[in-house]
Ligand binder design. Structure first.
Ligand SMILES: Cc1cc2nc3c(=O)[nH]c(=O)nc-3n(C[C@H](O)[C@H](O)[C@H](O)COP(=O)(O)O)c2cc1C
Length: 209
């Protein structure tokens, strides 16, 4: 039914793109709306459909948010310092994450996916899982839709340390919960490699743990 070669390539090469975001090429509004439209087919608990998207294209707004995000550099420095030298892939990720933190304002678009729902009690595991589960699949669909149109993005959560401050800067109401922040741009080049991941047998527990 689907061309497996194409769909598997999409699913396995949609990477966190930071250094290869094309900061100079504008992104069309229609493309962003198409990707949001596609993301709306994602599942939600009780068919709640409380996805909300804050999309920043204004240079001043992007700069304000990027300045908050950049504070995360200190955290990246700390966690990288605790990472063993032999974990090279992880060190590359931190280097790349630092690049993004220093250059976020240059992304043509910054997308903040939100859900119009904030659990009163995060210790209620079922409620928390249902809330996040009602927005995160849509975010990944959005990222896959971007990738299939030649755009890249990177899932980030660092700014959530300062979620309320960002909400204030963007007039996001208190009951609307931000769940991530994605820089979005066309990518420099189209080819992305599969990441090195463990054998599935090593993470699957058949029939019981
Ligand atoms: C929940 C979550 C939070 C993340 N937070 C950040 C972040 O704050 N900053 C960042 O640069 N990348 C962040 N990432 C991206 C990961 O670093 C990235 O997925 C990882 O480097 C693996 O790269 P890949 O997605 O290309 O395989 C996050 C990813 C996830 C799923």
């Amino acid at each position: 039914m689907f061309k497996l070669e194409e769909t598997d390539k999409l699913l396995t090469t949609t990477r966190a793109v930071r250094r290869r975001l094309d900061f100079d090429r504008p992104v069309e509004r229609e493309v962003l709306l198409d990707c949001v439209r596609i993301s709306q087919q994602a599942p939600t608990g009780s068919n709640s459909q409380k996805w909300r998207w804050v999309i920043l294209t204004d240079a001043q707004k992007k700069l304000a948010i990027a300045e908050v995000y950049r504070r995360g550099c200190a955290i990246l420095d700390t966690v990288q310092a605790d990472t063993p030298a032999e974990e090279q892939q992880t060190h590359r990720v931190y280097d790349s994450a630092r690049f993004l933190a220093l250059n976020l304002h240059r992304a043509p678009v910054i997308v903040i996916p939100c859900i119009e729902d904030r659990p009163a009690n995060f210790n209620d595991h079922c409620v928390t899982a249902t809330t996040y589960g009602s927005i995160l699949p849509a975010v990944w669909s959005f990222q896959l839709a971007l990738r299939s149109r030649g755009l890249g993005s990177a899932w980030t959560t660092l700014h959530l340390i300062w979620e309320q401050e960002v909400a204030g800067l963007l007039d996001i109401p208190n009951d609307v919960m931000q769940v991530a922040l994605l820089p979005v741009a066309y990518t420099v080049g189209q080819e992305f490699k599969l990441a090195d991941r463990p054998d599935p047998e090593s993470i699957v527990h058949w029939n019981c743990w």
